[in-house]
Ligand binder design. Structure first.
Ligand code: G1P
Length: 289
């Protein structure tokens, strides 16, 4: 079966964006003129999702407001000439069902995914970490195709310099794979020291998981920091039978820090036909000062 549900964990408090996130969820920060959350939902829908499960926090009520259909807002956006954006807004909560579920205590990504269990049911599902943006749905689509074909979880991988591996989940794969994959993953370790890392292939922020991941989440033990790591549940899956790693082919932005967010905003302003010329002129003017 192909994944039709997309889980978006959005319960984090966004401490790296304090004081902004004291009142505004980081998922709603604008990427030039569209909230990051809309871009992430568009990616999921572009890969075939018709159900979005937001794992949120009860204090982040603006997220609920954002996904509540509002025909008047859609019409205003349409009247401003942004037809495509109006259509993307209009489908959220209508053609694309949205379920909000709560992670009342933040116990890590594995715990957040576990909170989506009832809403997902016994089906494969996409998982998109909303701190990261992608230039399009192609990679997520490839993960969903792979999971459907092979019946095992599929995760996005990136090759990074060894000095960066310790910030990520790092995989071990069966020998003999072409340099650009796909990879048969037989082990994953979360944030290893550089000298202990099994490879330079890290897990990026897109996954399509088979539903047995929930049983694995039930039995994993918290990491020393008290968090349930999704990586540990994937490691258990890869022990049952290799899961698939697909090298990322799309442009990525990590908007989890103010500078990463700025990069995404600048690139969005430069790539949007309506704003590109004005943005270019603005940046040239400021750099010349
Ligand atoms: C999480 C995952 C990690 C993955 C990373 C991708 O870590 O636990 O395995 O490599 O996302 O961004 P976090 O960034 O939440 O520390």
């Amino acid at each position: 079966m192909r994944a039709r549900t997309a889980v978006i964990p959005a319960a984090g408090l966004g401490t790296r964006f304090y004081p902004v996130t004291k009142a505004v969820p980081k998922e709603l920060l604008p990427i030039y003129d569209v909230p990051a959350l809309q871009l992430v939902m568009d990616e999921a829908v572009g890969a075939g999702a018709d159900h979005i499960v937001l794992v949120s926090s009860r204090v982040k009520t603006p997220i609920e407001k954002f996904v509540t259909p509002d025909a008047a807002v859609v019409e205003k956006v349409r009247a401003s000439g942004r037809e495509d954006l109006a259509n993307r807004l209009a489908r959220i909560g209508t053609d694309v069902k949205v379920t909000i579920t709560y992670q009342d205590n933040p116990h890590g990504l594995g715990h957040a995914v576990g909170c989506a269990r009832a809403a997902v049911g016994d089906e494969p599902f996409m998982l998109l970490l909303p701190d990261e943006l992608r230039s399009g749905p192609q990679l997520l689509n490839a993960l969903a195709d792979s999971c459907e074909k092979r019946g095992v979880s599929a995760i996005e991988l990136l090759r990074v310099p060894m000095e960066k591996v310790s910030a990520y989940g790092v995989i071990t794969h069966l020998p003999g794979a072409p340099a650009d994959g796909p990879f048969d993953i037989v082990g994953i370790v979360e944030k290893p020291a550089r000298e202990d890392a099994p490879s330079d292939l890290i897990i990026a922020g897109r996954y399509v998981c088979t539903p047995d991941i929930f049983e694995k989440i039930d039995i994993i033990k918290p990491a020393p920091n008290g968090e349930l790591q999704l990586t540990d549940a994937l490691e258990l899956q890869s022990g049952d039978s290799p899961i698939t790693g697909v090298l990322s082919t799309v442009t990525r932005w990590d908007t989890g820090t103010p500078m990463g967010w700025l990069e995404a905003v600048v690139d969005a302003a430069l790539s949007n036909a309506d704003s590109a010329d004005a943005a270019r002129a603005l940046f040239a003017d400021r750099l010349a000062r």
